[in-house]
Every structure is written in structure tokens, then in C-alpha cells.
Design a protein around this ligand. Structure first.
Ligand SMILES: [Zn+2]
Ligand SMILES: [Zn+2]
Length: 331
């Protein structure tokens, strides 16, 4: 199976949190947290469409200005998500600059900031470059089960964690993964082509097995068309496997409520990116700071049955002791 998503931490584990998720088939990427992102090449930043922020402690949001500077003057629209009060924080960051000359810019860079509330409301506002980034087009929608995005190929869900402020954790789930068995195609005399992408989409939309599907391609004598029941194609040439899942969890106290939410969110993930800020010997300090220890993070990863747990957000006090943190996490 070729994975659709390629996740990678932007910085080393002692530096600011930011998880970049690249898409294989599209010029598109997602970002989880917006710490220092200067290590990302501009072309990768320009691929971002949605940014999911856990909370606005400075190490998770300092990269905002770098993003703004790079996107200014381009016709781009970026969606930002964050906890309650987030829209006002974005507004204030933007209001700290003078925008008297931007009205004539040829491109209207736009930010759409949405703040998420525990009762399921998502309150968004737009900030357009050409209007001097003032807050406009406010809009409230009701989310269901914390689902922020429900696209054709994936779903993005959030849960609320307690970090003495709200900290949002996120899971990116591919709906299912459709593989084409090329050898079976050959045996049946069916050529590859754009019809296969249409077929994959029909399967991912969950269309009925008895629905007729049109396969088409260009041959020497013109266009060829054949019709098959979707169920037949599924059986003959496709393999439908569960999609990839990536969870991102950071800055959360080790409380029973947080633990239950983290385990539920990350269940069965291929990758769990999880903070491991302290060693367990310092768990009292971790509790005071509302952070997880590496041991606690490892326990949560095992309870969730994840395939891989990747720790990050190490406290600088453990410089040179990275191995101990990783060992304690047990991965
Ligand atoms: Zn924090
Ligand atoms: Zn932090």
C-alpha cells in the first residue's frame, strides 16, 4: 500500500512543536501546531491549506508571523483552527502591523480562523489582506463528534484536553485505501487510465455494489466503453484496506479524563505523535506544568494500540538525555 500521507516533525524533539503532513497525490499539506517553522522550505509552507493549533502558548504559535510574511501578496487561502479565544488571538496578531498599503495588492491572501468550543460550536472569521486584515464574515457551525473536516478521502477529528487551558489534540484518518491490482487488470484486458481514479472515488463514496460503473479509455479505433457492476470490479481488481491514521497529542496533563480521550482519539493509529516532555522521575513537576511524562505517553500509546509512537516536545533540561526519554516511552 502506498501511504497517502507523509508526516514529519519540522524540528528536533527539543525544539518547537510543528508536524507537517504532506499529501502524496496533491500539491497540498497540513500542519499541526505552528511553532518555529523556519526550517520548512517556502515551497512546502506554500502547500499548506489547513493548520491545526493545539493552543496558543508561544512555542506552538510563534511561527504565525513567518507564515504571514511568506504568504502575503499571494492568492492563497489558509484555514487555521484553535481553541476558544483563538480568533481574537489571530486578530490581535494581525492588528499589530500597519496595513495601509495592501489594498492595491494584486492578490488577496486570506486567513480563515476558526475557534472550537467544547459544546461543538466552531466560530470562524475571515481576514483578507485587501481589507487590511480586519475581522469579517463571522460564521458559526455546529460540529458533530469533533469532526472538523470531512473530505472525500479523509476525516479530521479533534478532542479537548486539559492543560490548565484547552489544548486540542487531532487525528487525521484516511477513509479507506483502495489498491488496484495491476496484474488482475492485465488479465482482464483492462488498460489503466483516469477511469481508475473515478472508480476509487466511487468506492470511497460508498456507492452500492449493484450500481453500474462506466470504464472508458482511448484505443486505436476511438473511445472504448464497458460497464461493470461496482461490486464485480471490487471483487476482481480492487483491494479495499483500512486507511492510514495519524494522531497528534501535545501539552496535556495526565488526568483520567485526558487519558481516556487520548486513547480514544489515537486508537489503532499508524503514527501517534505525542509529547514526552518530562522523565517520569520528574512526574510531579510534569503534573505542575500540566504535561505528560515519557512513561505516561508510552502507556497511552500502548493502551491505544498504535503501531508507532513518536515522542517530541522534550524539556531542554534533558539535553543529552534523549535516549532515556525514548527508552521510557518504550518504542
Ligand atoms: Zn502549553
Ligand atoms: Zn508546549
Amino acid at each position: 500500500m502506498t501511504p497517502q500521507f507523509h508526516p514529519s516533525l519540522v524540528n528536533g524533539p527539543f525544539d518547537d512543536p510543528a508536524l507537517y503532513v504532506d499529501f502524496l497525490y496533491e500539491r497540498r499539506a497540513l500542519l499541526f501546531d505552528l511553532g518555529d517553522i523556519r526550517a520548512l522550505p517556502p515551497r512546502k509552507i506554500l502547500r499548506l491549506t489547513h493548520i491545526f493549533i493545539s493552543h496558543t502558548h508561544i512555542d506552538h504559535f510563534i511561527g504565525f508571523d513567518h507564515l504571514l510574511r511568506l504568504c502575503l501578496g499571494r492568492s492563497k487561502r489558509i484555514h487555521l483552527f484553535g481553541p476558544p479565544g483563538f480568533t481574537a488571538r489571530v486578530e490581535h496578531r494581525l492588528a499589530s502591523y500597519t496595513w495601509n498599503l495592501v489594498k492595491s495588492y494584486p492578490a488577496d491572501f486570506t486567513l480563515v480562523a476558526a475557534e472550537l468550543h467544547p459544546d461543538g460550536r466552531s466560530i470562524s472569521a475571515e481576514f483578507h489582506c485587501r481589507s487590511g486584515f480586519r475581522r469579517e464574515n463571522e460564521h458559526t457551525v455546529q460540529l458533530h463528534n469533533g469532526i472538523l473536516l470531512d473530505e472525500e478521502t479523509f476525516r479530521l477529528r479533534t478532542v479537548f484536553l486539559d492543560h490548565k487551558t484547552v489544548s486540542l489534540a487531532y487525528a487525521l484518518e484516511e477513509k479507506s485505501h483502495v489498491n488496484i491490482m495491476k496484474n488482475r487488470l492485465l488479465e482482464l484486458g483492462l488498460p489503466t487510465g483516469p477511469w481508475l481514479a473515478e472508480l476509487k472515488r466511487a468506492i470511497l463514496r460508498g456507492e452500492a455494489d449493484d450500481k453500474l460503473f462506466r470504464a472508458w479509455w482511448h484505443a486505436a479505433g476511438g473511445m472504448v466503453e464497458r460497464h461493470f457492476a461496482l461490486g464485480e470490479l471490487k471483487k476482481e481488481i480492487l483491494q479495499v484496506v483500512p486507511g492510514q491514521k495519524i494522531a497528534y497529542v501535545t501539552d496535556a496533563a495526565y488526568t483520567p479524563a485526558n487519558a481516556a480521550r487520548i486513547v480514544d482519539l489515537a486508537r489503532g493509529a499508524d503514527y501517534l505523535f505525542i509529547e514526552a516532555t518530562f522523565l517520569d522521575a520528574d512526574r510531579e513537576r510534569a503534573a505542575e506544568r500540566h504535561h505528560l511524562t515519557a512513561l505516561q505517553a508510552g502507556r497511552l500509546a500502548r493502551q491505544a494500540g498504535v503501531a508507532r509512537a513518536i515522542p517530541f516536545h522534550f524539556s531542554p533540561r534533558y539535553q543529552g538525555m534523549e535516549d532515556r526519554l525514548r527508552e521510557e516511552l518504550g518504542q
